[in-house]
Design a binder for this molecule. Structure first.
Ligand code: SAH
Length: 196
């Protein structure tokens, strides 16, 4: 499992913001992800009223699905455009407030209170700010993180989950010498060493 030239690739926050501005968001799935439907039982494990985290959330429609099922959803996304599009495309009223612990960050919360999206870098978060989660939907997140930041990302994610949590991770399998990414190729052996 050689990740080849991808090891050195860096996509800056500015480049992500540009993708949103230009509408280069081929990763967004209008209809939601079939793998969440397929593995929903694994995520929930018979539990209700969970706190579910969406790292690097974009405007993933799955956040609406889970909130509608009675769970409490927290996401983090650098693009304010993405966050605002999420609420407007689902006709959800929201309010916006600063996050005292993180300079420049804002938190957008649905008026009903069950969806909270932090607009900042995920690396600014900690469990003292967002608490801990019972479940994680990691799609387009680990695979979007710069390869040099994977260890930091995984350690942070581990610090954000409760002991009895479920973590659904979607990766993509392809020859990393043929495409630049993102999404980056993350070999299974690396996932095992990152998350233990
Ligand atoms: N998970 C979403 C979006 C995947 S694309 C989905 O399934 O549709 C990755 C997203 O992460 C982009 O929207 C990008 O703007 C955001 N992003 C990139 N780096 C980030 C960071 N450090 N912190 C928070 N969000 C980030």
């Amino acid at each position: 499992s050689d990740i080849g030239s991808q090891k050195e690739r860096v996509v800056t926050e500015e480049e992500w913001l540009q993708k949103w501005e230009m509408g280069n968001i081929g990763f967004h799935k209008e209809q939601g992800h079939p793998l969440l439907q397929k593995y929903l039982d694994v995520l929930l494990n018979g539990r209700s009223g969970l706190r579910i985290f969406f790292p690097l959330c974009g405007k993933a429609v799955e956040m609406k699905w889970l909130a509608d099922m009675g769970h409490s959803v927290v996401g983090v996304e650098v693009s304010e455009q993405a966050v605002k599009e999420f609420f407007s495309e689902h006709s959800l009223p929201y309010c916006e407030e600063p996050v005292p612990e993180i300079s420049g960050a804002k938190m957008f919360q649905s008026t009903s209170g069950n969806i909270s999206l932090y607009c900042c870098s995920i690396y600014d978060l900690s469990s003292s700010i967002v608490g801990k989660f019972d479940g994680v939907w990691d799609r387009g997140a680990l695979v979007a993180v710069n390869p040099c930041d994977r260890q930091r990302y995984a350690s942070l994610m581990i610090s954000l989950v409760e002991k009895n949590s479920s973590y659904l991770l979607v990766t993509v399998s392809y020859d990393p010498n043929k495409h630049n990414g993102p999404p980056f190729y993350v070999p299974e052996s690396e996932i095992k060493s990152l998350f233990g």
